[in-house]
Ligand binder design. Structure first.
Ligand SMILES: *Cc1c(COP(=O)(O)O)cnc(C)c1O
Length: 393
């Protein structure tokens, strides 16, 4: 089918929830993908940070295919070796003790929120409140939407269940006040992704850790976008030298299949006791087989240094481009503040020129596959530079 036919069918049968770009992608390899019109595109978006190993990584594809042919799904009524190995390897990579496996970032945060409320209930807290930050993003389910500190997302979806207090990022006094008022947990992103690639300072993250310790509250870090090597460390919180009580992961962890994980420390390991939570698909063997390949590659010696090197290389190139006001982010999670022009239109111009990029608020956001080659990077940056130069005129 050509693009027009595909678009017509999609527009007729899907709820119109997405503002899509005008391309129907067909086949990819590494950081290069082709569309229904035979165009070749360089991918600087990774399907929103999901395709951490690029398209069609041979080891990943082999592990997933082998597992799909052997035993695709069993439910969580039974044990499975692939799931057990993945869970153990994930905990080791993240420096945590236990994990609950689910299917998305929102679900991972749902688990974290339930864990915090159960932890508070076990201590006898009557109305446990969770602190989140203004401009955060934690998901689209009703409770994660409520946790998301952006009023625009809340419009039309009330009533909400309550239980969240919002404080501005980097405001230590506001955080302290919320914890003094008895909040049981803090949930935050180390780099606010959807909020416009806003990194939180290491000093603020360290303060959050200290305040949570002082008030017996849990520090829960949403690493759904920043985790699994995206920022040059396995977890972005490692840059600040902090260890959270709870970590949530998703996007890049599965290398392209739906995955979510809520991890916790040994002390919290049995808060979510038998019967308290569950997921039919969570920890599916096919997804775990893919996740194991992601973990083995991302934790291999030198891999994260390469992520940092490539992230720095992109940053340097961007800073010398016309029309770039500033560049922010960590590792291979970068946001470009434009001198002028609209981010969405810039992204459309990139597509027309053969490059897939993302936006976040008014910024262009780049989340290239972690395995992108220097050659692919340069080709993509050349296209971006051409678009920026045209736009700066
Ligand atoms: C994408 C994202 C989510 C939601 O993940 P889904 O898989 O879409 O449910 C939650 N938190 C952060 C920080 C994200 O970037």
């Amino acid at each position: 089918m050509d693009f027009t036919a595909i678009k017509e069918k999609a527009d007729g049968a899907l709820m119109p929830t997405y503002g899509r770009f005008s391309t129907a992608l067909e086949k990819g390899s590494g950081a290069v993908v082709s569309d229904s019109e035979g165009r070749t595109l360089i991918d600087f978006g990774s399907g929103i940070g999901v395709n951490s190993l690029g398209f069609g990584d041979p080891e990943w594809a082999a592990a997933v295919s082998e597992q799909a042919a052997r035993l695709p799904h069993i439910s969580n009524l039974y044990f499975n070796e692939t799931q057990a190995l993945f869970a153990e390897e994930l905990c080791a990579a993240a420096g945590m003790s236990r994990t609950f496996l689910c299917n998305s970032g929102a679900e991972a945060n749902e688990c974290a929120i339930k864990l915090a409320r159960k932890y508070a209930a076990d201590k006898g807290t009557k109305k446990p409140m969770i602190v989140t930050l203004r401009n955060s993003f934690h998901g689209r389910t009703l409770v994660t939407l409520e946790a998301t500190g952006q009023d625009a997302f809340h419009t039309d979806f009330g009533p909400f269940t309550g239980g969240f207090v919002y404080v501005p990022a980097e405001d230590g006094a506001a955080l302290e006040k919320a914890l003094e008022d008895g909040a049981c947990a803090v949930l935050l992103e180390c780099v606010q992704g959807e909020g416009g690639v806003m990194p939180l300072s290491p000093a603020y993250l360290q303060l959050a850790r200290r305040l949570c310790d002082e008030h017996g509250a849990l520090l829960m870090v949403d690493e759904v976008q920043t985790g699994a090597g995206r920022t040059g460390r396995f977890l972005a919180c490692e840059h600040a030298g902090i260890r959270p009580d709870v970590v949530t992961m998703a996007k890049g962890l599965g290398g392209g299949l739906p995955i979510g994980a809520c991890l916790c420390t040994e002390a919290l390991g049995t808060v979510m006791s038998a019967g308290k939570h569950g997921s039919t698909f969570g920890g599916n063997p096919v997804v775990c087989a893919g996740g194991r390949v992601v973990l083995s590659k991302v934790t291999a010696p030198g891999f994260l240094d390469e992520v940092s090197r490539k992230g720095e290389k992109i940053r340097v190139r961007l800073q010398s481009m016309p029309g770039v006001r500033s560049v922010r982010g960590l590792g291979m999670m970068l946001g470009i503040e434009l001198e002028k022009g609209d981010a969405r239109l810039t992204a459309e111009r990139c597509l027309e020129n053969g490059l897939l990029v993302l936006t976040a608020k008014t910024l262009i956001r780049l989340l290239p596959p972690l395995t992108i080659t220097d050659g692919e990077l340069e080709r993509g940056l050349d296209i971006l530079e051409k678009v920026m130069a045209e736009q700066a005129q």
